[in-house]
Write a protein of this length. Structure first.
Length: 235
C-alpha cells in the first residue's frame, strides 16, 4: 500500500486509530522487505514483537470504535406553529448537556457509550414568550447522524379559577363569569363565589376574566394555573 500510492497519500488516509495501525503495519512490512533484501537471513525478534503489539492495538482500537467510541450527532430543528423553522427557542434533551448552535438549528453530541441502555431519548423545546412548548422522542441505533424536528404548540389545557367578591370582600353567589372571548363558556358562582373555567391559554399566560351580577361588573387580568383570581365587583 505504501509503495503503490506513496507515503503522503497514505498519511492523508489516516483518519482514526485503526487506519493508523494499518499504516504502521504497512510501513513495518516495507522495512522488513528492505531488511531481507540486504541479504540478512534472520528477522530480529524485535520486529515480531512490534507486529504483535500493533495487531493488539488495532484490535483494541476497532473494539473501542465499535463499542462506544462513536459519537451520535443529533441534529435538531424547531418548527413554529406556522410550519416554519425557528431559531428563537430554548432546546434541551433528556440526556443533558448543552446543545451546539449550528446552521438551521442545534446539535447534540452524545457518546455512544453514554446513551441509555434502550437508546431512547427525548428532545424538548420551548418559547416562553409565546407560551409554546414541544417534544419529540428518538431511539438511537445504527444511524450516528440522526435528525429530529420539534413542533412547537400551545398547551391550552390549563384552567383558571378564583372567587367573586363584593366591595366588602364578601363572596358573591349567582355571579356570571367567563374568559373574555369565550362568553358561551360562562359559569355561575355558588354560595362561596368560587368558579373554575378553561383558560384557553398556557400555564402562567395572562387571561382576561369578566364577571357580572346585576348592574355590577368587573374585569381582571390573571395568569392561568393554580394561583386563584379574586375579582371584586363594582359599578
Amino acid at each position: 500500500m505504501v509503495e503503490s500510492i506513496g507515503v503522503w497519500e497514505v498519511v492523508n488516509k489516516i483518519t482514526n486509530p485503526v487506519t493508523l495501525v494499518a499504516f504502521a503495519l504497512a510501513a513495518l512490512v516495507v522495512v522488513m522487505k528492505a531488511w531481507l533484501g540486504s541479504k540478512r537471513k534472520n528477522i530480529p525478534n524485535v520486529f515480531w514483537a512490534v507486529v504483535v503489539a500493533l495487531v493488539l492495538v488495532g484490535v483494541a482500537a476497532a473494539f473501542y470504535q465499535k463499542h462506544g467510541g462513536e459519537i451520535y450527532r443529533v441534529r435538531t430543528t424547531v418548527i413554529a406553529p406556522q410550519g416554519i423553522p425557528t431559531e428563537d427557542a430554548k432546546v434541551w434533551s433528556s440526556f443533558g448537556g448543552e446543545p451546539k448552535r449550528v446552521a438551521g438549528g442545534w446539535q447534540f453530541d452524545i457518546p455512544a457509550a453514554s446513551k441509555p441502555q434502550d437508546g431512547k431519548l427525548s428532545f424538548f423545546a420551548s418559547k416562553e414568550s409565546a407560551f409554546l412548548t414541544g417534544r419529540t422522542d428518538l431511539t438511537l441505533d445504527n444511524d450516528y447522524n440522526p435528525a429530529v424536528a420539534i413542533n412547537l404548540k400551545r398547551d391550552d389545557s390549563a384552567k383558571i379559577r378564583g372567587q367573586i367578591v363584593d366591595s366588602k370582600n364578601r363572596s358573591v353567589a349567582d355571579a356570571r363569569v367567563f374568559v373574555v372571548g369565550y362568553p358561551a363558556e360562562y359559569v355561575i358562582t355558588g354560595e362561596g363565589g368560587n368558579f373554575e373555567l378553561p383558560a384557553h391559554a398556557a400555564i402562567d399566560q395572562q387571561v382576561l376574566l369578566h364577571a357580572e351580577k346585576g348592574n355590577l361588573s368587573a374585569k381582571l387580568w390573571h395568569p392561568a394555573g393554580a394561583d386563584p383570581a379574586i375579582i371584586k365587583l363594582g359599578k
